[in-house]
Design a protein around this ligand. Structure first.
Ligand code: HEC
Length: 335
């Protein structure tokens, strides 16, 4: 009898057993992340490049509706420098040596009523042997999600933030580095990700494409932030001290400001990576969404494998995250 009382007291002190999810009970979804080359939002929305542009823009068809099975093939073609798209041109002229076309990733999600947990697992491909672009980080895993208020995030996930005029992209403009907002927006190496809602316009056809310099006023950006028009961003960096980043994308990519990410833990045993994010369901800071039952969140993720940096990553198409919602691609079931 006494023994029982002690055990019960311990449980009360230590906290509920579901403090960390039992991953063996959570089904895993296999998702390919693939090498996208320079396929920006403008590229997928331009008919002469991508024949399905109208289907995406007007019919609101998601990338996975057409590319659920051929994403790995697309990655193989782009990484091999082969011609793709409507124009049958290569999407990338400077593919790093040995870059693999795609990486299959197992994704699991769970929640405990207070926090959501996202777990990613994959085997790192063999190193391509090219130079280390980001020498500090062997691997970075980044997740972005919105609450269905960012145009195109519902169809293309991360593509909502990827533009023809970002650094490393075909229409990048060096003027971003010396722009009056360069320091505040972290444009030291050029314009970073942004969403259409932060710009007064977006050029889809012609040259240059995009809208890096068509920034809305500070008041409008502030209002968009309040209205939840941004992509929440969390990242795990494998580098020294393995950092967790909690930021967001709106007028630019902000690598901080958030207060919802409790921790991001990554482990590599052999070639096998496991990364787990633990995040409060409640919004904790700037650029954080509240994750509530009954809603679907558009989510995409990317892996910077083999010391990759900038655009030289592998990216998922757009998926959804929900709480106890069988409709979601990643259904976080309560434990
Ligand atoms: C309605 C179907 C459809 C949708 C939706 C769609 N695509 Fe495509 N996509 C195609 C077709 C068909 C091709 C083949 C080339 C062409 O006709 O442009 C293609 C080609 C591509 C290619 C070049 C690879 C190749 O084999 O030619 C990329 C990259 C791509 N799509 C990305 C995307 C992304 C990203 C999205 C979502 C934002 C998307 N697609 C949405 C039908 C679609």
């Amino acid at each position: 009898m006494k023994k029982f009382v002690v055990a019960a007291m311990c449980a009360a002190v230590v906290g509920p057993v579901w403090a960390a999810p039992d991953w063996s009970k959570v089904p895993a979804t296999k998702i390919p992340v693939f090498y996208p080359g320079q396929s920006s939002l403008e590229w997928v929305l331009t008919k002469k490049d991508h024949s399905a542009s109208n289907q995406i823009e007007v019919k609101k068809r998601a990338c996975i509706k057409c590319h659920d099975t051929d994403a790995t093939e697309i990655g193989d073609k782009i990484a091999a420098g082969k011609p793709v798209g409507n124009l049958r041109q290569p999407l990338d002229g400077v593919v790093p040596k040995g870059k693999v076309g795609s990486i299959p990733v197992s994704v699991q999600a769970a929640h405990d009523g207070k926090k959501v947990y996202l777990r990613f697992e994959w085997d790192a491909p063999k190193s391509g042997g090219d130079k280390k672009m980001d020498a500090k980080n062997n691997m970075k895993l980044t997740v972005m999600f919105d609450e269905n208020k960012v145009e195109f995030a519902d169809r293309g996930g991360c593509w909502a933030t990827c533009h023809e005029d970002l650094r490393g992209m075909p229409d990048a403009n060096d003027a971003a580095k010396t722009h009056e907002k360069s320091k505040a927006l972290g444009w030291g190496e050029g314009a970073t990700k942004y969403i259409k809602e932060s710009r007064t316009g977006l050029v889809l056809s012609g040259k240059p494409r995009g809208g890096w310099d068509k920034l809305k006023s500070d008041a409008e950006i502030e209002a968009a932030l309040k209205e939840g028009k941004f992509m929440d961003l969390i990242q795990f960096n494998s580098g020294k001290g393995a950092k967790a980043v909690d930021g967001y994308v709106l007028d630019a990519r902000h690598m901080g400001g958030g207060g919802s990410l409790v921790k991001a833990v990554g482990k590599k045993s052999g070639k096998h990576w496991t990364v787990v994010f633990e995040r409060t369901l409640a919004a904790g800071g700037k650029g954080d969404h509240t994750i509530e039952p009954g809603k679907l969140y558009n989510l995409g993720f990317a892996i910077h494998d083999d010391y990759a940096d900038g655009r030289f990553h592998h990216v998922s198409l757009g998926y959804t995250l929900g709480l106890d919602n069988a409709e979601a691609s990643f259904n976080a079931v309560k434990q």
